[in-house]
Design a protein around this ligand. Structure first.
Ligand SMILES: [Zn+2]
Length: 109
């Protein structure tokens, strides 16, 4: 309010009420300004909801494609690479190796 009075060059001695200051400045007052901003934010959230919500993320995770490699086991039940016959102690190591093969194959062609 103090700023508006300064802008409109109204001194407190002029004894102009706040309502008149707001009218002259074509403003609706602090409370309604804040309310309008809150409403705007709510509208923003509601519009975002459809494609940014947790449920849509969860749905996206569900529909993620399966990894392109298959686990290959030898007769002893160990994981091994079909391309270079290397054996692995863990699925994790195998997966990493399989991805490396896929990258290399992509690079060649
Ligand atoms: Zn290999």
């Amino acid at each position: 309010m103090k700023c508006l009075r300064a802008i409109l060059r109204v001194k407190w001695q002029d004894r102009v009420p706040n309502s008149e200051i707001l009218r002259r400045a074509k403003m609706t007052g602090m409370e309604s300004l804040l309310m309008r901003n809150q409403l705007r934010w709510c509208g923003h959230l509601v519009r975002m909801e459809s494609f940014r919500s947790l449920t849509s993320k969860r749905q996206h995770r569900k529909t993620r494609p399966k990894p392109s490699y298959d686990y290959t086991y030898d007769s002893n039940g160990n994981l091994y690479c079909a391309s270079c016959n290397r054996t692995f102690k863990s699925k994790f190591g195998f997966a990493s190796h399989a991805r490396a093969h896929a990258r290399r194959d992509q690079g060649m062609s």
